[in-house]
Design a protein around this ligand. Sequence first.
Ligand code: GTP
Ligand code: SPV
Ligand code: MN
Length: 595
Amino acid sequence: MNSTVKNKKLSDWITEVAGMCQPDSIYVCDGSREEYDGMVEKLVLSGSAIPLKKRPRSYLFLSDPSDVARVEDRTFISTSSQAEAGPTNNWLDPAALKETMKSLYRGCMKGRTMYVIPFSMGPIGSPISKIGVEITDSPYVVVNMHIMTRVSSSVLEILGTDGDFIPCLHSIGAPLEKGQKDVQWPCAPMESKYISHFPEENLIWSYGSGYGGNALLGKKCLALRIASAMARREGWLAEHMLILRLTDPDGKQYHIAAAFPSACGKTNLAMMQPSLKGWKCECIGDDIAWMKIASDGRLHAINPESGFFGVAPGTSYDTNPMAMDTIRENAIFTNCALTDDGDVWWEGMTGDLPSHLIDWKGRDWTPESKADAAHPNARFTAAASQCPVICKDWENPDGVPIDIFIFGGRRGSVVPLVYEAFSWEHGVFLGATAASETTSANIGAIGNLRRDPFAMKPFCGYNMGDYFQHWLDMGERLGSKAPRIFYVNWFRKNQDGKFLWPGFSDNSRVLKWMCERVDNKTGARKSPIGLLPLEGALDLSCLSMGSEDMRELMSVDTAEWKAEIPDIEAHFAMFGKRLPQRLRKQLKDFSERLG
Ligand code: GTP
Ligand code: SPV
Ligand code: MN
């Protein structure tokens, strides 16, 4: 081992894991630039990382074709009783799951180095931050963790001899026999992958996958699943939300947090550049928000991450120029295509198609090829500090006071562009019943409509019925200082299957209306689903959109909404007695409003 670890719990844990996993060597990370550079150099030499001639200090990784996204079917919330995990989570008995996983972990790091990564979610040393230590046998995970979290030896200093941390154990599950040649992206078969959480003891065990949320354990595993369970116990919120600051032409600031399911527009909205003159948007976070009630009685949000792990396909200078500028250098790309001149490419990046590429599976690609050049869940990893519109307060430990919550999803039909909740309680009902078409961010069917409450279905570390109650309780505590709640859908389509709304920078028009609602500058029209903008209240200046399309985009068809009721009833029925009575009442009221 390259360093002495003074923390008793950590050194005991390292010894225990090393005994079980039997790595060839142990390396404790310090988070330095030299460490990062040395690690990628090795990855380049072994053929796992392809250096990009066109982007300074940037690399492309191509994963195993089976290991391309989160695996919700293999993700477990292992609490002592199944009721605690609830109906939306996979559950296994902790003792049995640990036995199964221990037998997989035994000898799983043979022929490899075991990396120990001390990291902080949130600014190092801040009282709201959480310290984790990830043990992994994947150098790809180490370099991504360097960007996504604060990896540093000063985290070990803060731990001291007896400080506490969240242990995050990860193995790709691919030991090497003596003389065995490694593959480009080692991982284990689907049936032996496990992404396991033990929220009662703040513990994470992941095995078999090297991709994204399965392997970068600070992100979904710690900052959402474990943190949501802690947040409920301690009275705060850990949410799958972007955070942004919007400034109006008079200089007034609004802080917005929005929950959309995976690959449904958080990164894009977080860095959006308003098409409306005089409005400014700055990014604070693109995926996770931790929020606490501060001494001013308001809800303050921080972004616990330090980088973006963003969806590449669809990202372009037209749709998300700020993301494009963020990834010009010092970026990691995974499952993008490689151009002949040494750059990355993905569907939607440029208007013209390149004449030749190496696709994400390493095969030749031409515009005639039927397959996608980049995997639909191809991702970029880049430091938040590289974003040209990162907010100066993005690392402020006091966070930013939230004025507006937005829920939403991807719905080709039924759901209008925007509406407002009647009240906090109705807003919680909108969050609890949110539905969205599934995306390639998870391995499984794509385009299936499913309920994804608060965009947290894959990320809530406890019974979702209790989570709904927790949101109601937070509303009680916030009282008149609670953020206003809105619902949006950027993805409604016309008869020809084309998006009705231009989206991206034009989403600023919708945000402007929300700010005007907060300031009581505009009225609203009551509908059964919520409050709609008055005729002409949405600023559509300089937007070439037919009034027919606009009417279709904003239409609320009572029959279509009535058809949703049985599905909402079935969704609520899953929670049995744990469904708050007030949400049952909301559903009844909604039904009655529909007539
Ligand atoms: P995760 O990182 O998986 O949590 O996803 P995310 O919510 O950050 O999704 P992201 O912003 O990366 O968007 C995913 C896809 O939706 C991209 O291909 C975007 O181009 C597309 N998208 C985002 N915003 C809009 C929009 O306003 N309109 C349309 N039509 N597409 C959008
Ligand atoms: C998501 O799926 O919501 C992501 C990507 O943000 S991953 O880190 O893989 O979970
Ligand atoms: Mn996400």
